[in-house]
Design a protein around this ligand. Structure first.
Ligand code: BG6
Length: 481
């Protein structure tokens, strides 16, 4: 469905996110007929370029990150024609008039979005700047990305900065995990099917595992990452958002505040983590031909964690006693993100010991690679060998089902940017959610920051203590395929 014509002002237009994600995402939306030709993208950055110079940069971004579809010459021409550029140092008052010249003062009926693809120290000046320049009205919105603070106090201060100029329904806080296909599917799976809901509770679910494992290290991102670490970079946002979608009560409608109210209740129900053995922090060591984290980050004495595993609990009636094990790390064995819901075993086995043991049922939602929903079950081993039990997997890999095999899987940003234009906040975090997540995280970081993380081998499943975290409970992590 095409969106209305819009103006999108991208601050930080020459940066990495704009080149890798935003420009290609917008191109694909136009290619697929969703972005109208009279939409406008206004790039803003300090570089002294003219519109032609920025269009060349956008073209290079399409060459590098646009994939097959970006080869369509006619479509490229149309897309590049929507792009304008304004050189502006947001810290200097003088440049703002140039942005005013490039945009009509009132949004009129065109949604106008200011996308802040810049470091957080520029958030305040930009929110202030667009307001002072008279470029905002009821039809404008502002889009921001993490880091949304580094603790509760800084996140609350940031919320305050935006609240000074925009109302909550105009503020779009991106967590790109919410734009991933499988994450949205988690909601469809839970709330569009009747048969999971009766089982979706502590009576039937043994535990939940949420894994976001990456193969890459921090590479050039050391200056941002050091002192931040996996807890703030990944758990506070992506992993807790996934946990919320698994644990929340059914909202009464698929409507932004109904969904976000339920997620907020989950965050507020997270039990404070009291036992230190329920948190395992790791840091990747050097491997053959691969530098260690401290070398990558050029921080020889750093105690920043590049891996963290946690055992969390949602303290409410539905989930009492069900552990949520979370883990995320860099430079691990493979790139796997998944949510696995592990069900309790059948209450009584009717089969003789010689049949073998039934495996626990596991519903797994794989976010990447190869988006899929799988259901691990136990069946009879085929053949005349008597009643032998064997594990089997019902596999719904999206590329094979739904006729999606030759379909390009859209990037999360494509969905999210169009939602901004439509004014739909369902997949964006509300200010109070961000603060509630920080409140839980702060209580943990206050106790473990500065402790020496356990070194782990690159290409492994993380430190040994992370395995122990589950072994102690008689459980194990799923394999990182
Ligand atoms: C970002 C983190 O939010 O998510 C990165 O800052 C991380 O450290 C990235 O690499 C992972 O995203 P994805 O989509 O590649 O799983």
């Amino acid at each position: 469905v095409p969106v209305d014509p819009f103006d999108l002002v991208v601050f930080g237009a020459t940066g990495d996110l704009a080149r890798r994600k935003l420009i290609p995402a917008l191109y694909h939306r136009m290619h697929d007929g969703q972005m109208p030709e009279d939409a406008r993208i206004v790039g803003v950055a300090r570089a002294q370029l003219d519109a032609e110079g920025y269009r060349r940069m956008a073209e290079a971004a399409l060459d590098e990150f646009g994939g097959e579809d970006a080869r369509d010459a006619e479509m490229r021409r149309k897309f590049l024609a929507t792009i304008d550029y304004v050189p502006l140092d947001v810290m200097e008052e003088a440049g703002w008039s140039r942005l005013k010249d490039a945009l009509p003062t009132a949004c009129g009926d065109r949604p106008r979005a200011f996308y802040l693809s810049v470091a957080p120290r520029f958030f305040g000046p930009i929110a202030e700047g667009v307001h002072a320049a008279g470029l905002t009205d009821a039809n404008s919105r502002i889009v921001i990305e993490k880091p949304l603070g580094h603790d509760l106090a800084s996140a609350a201060a940031l919320n305050g900065v935006f609240a000074g100029h925009f109302s909550e329904h105009q503020i779009f806080r991106i967590d790109h995990y919410l734009g991933k296909e499988t994450v949205q599917n988690l909601m469809a799976l839970r709330f569009a099917n009747a048969f999971f809901e009766p089982l979706w509770n502590a009576r039937h679910i043994d535990h939940v595992q949420i894994t976001v494992a990456e193969k890459v290290g921090v590479e050039g991102r050391g200056p941002y990452y050091d002192g931040i670490g996996a807890m703030r970079d990944m758990v506070q946002n992506h992993l807790l958002q996934l946990l919320c979608l698994v644990a929340m009560e059914p909202p009464s409608q698929f409507e932004p505040d109904a969904v976000r109210d339920e997620k907020l209740k989950v965050l507020r129900a997270l039990a404070p983590l009291t036992r230190l053995e329920d948190v395992v922090r790791g840091q990747y060591a050097a491997g053959p031909g691969m530098p260690s984290y401290v070398e990558d980050a050029n921080a020889p004495t750093s105690r920043t964690e590049t891996f963290i595993a946690l055992k969390a609990e949602v303290a409410n009636w539905r989930w009492a006693g069900v552990p949520f094990y979370l883990r995320t790390g860099k430079r691990m064995k493979s790139r796997v993100s998944e949510v696995a819901v592990v069900f309790k075993s059948a209450p009584h086995s009717i089969f003789p010991a010689a049949s073998g043991r039934a495996a626990q049922n596991v519903l797994a939602l794989r976010l990447q690679p190869d988006e899929a929903i799988t259901l691990g079950m136990t069946i009879k081993e085929p053949g005349p060998g008597g009643m032998r039990l064997a594990p089997a997997v019902l596999d719904m890999t999206f590329a094979d089902t739904l006729g999606a095999s030759n379909m390009r899987m859209p990037d999360a940003y494509e969905r999210l940017v169009m939602d901004v234009i439509r004014g739909d906040q369902t997949l964006f975090m509300r200010g109070d959610e961000v603060e509630a997540a920080w409140a839980w995280v702060d209580a943990i970081t206050a106790r473990v920051d500065g402790e020496r993380p356990e070194l782990y081998e690159p290409g492994s499943a993380g430190p040994d203590d992370a395995l122990m975290l589950m072994h102690r409970d008689g459980r194990r992590w799923r394999e990182l395929a």
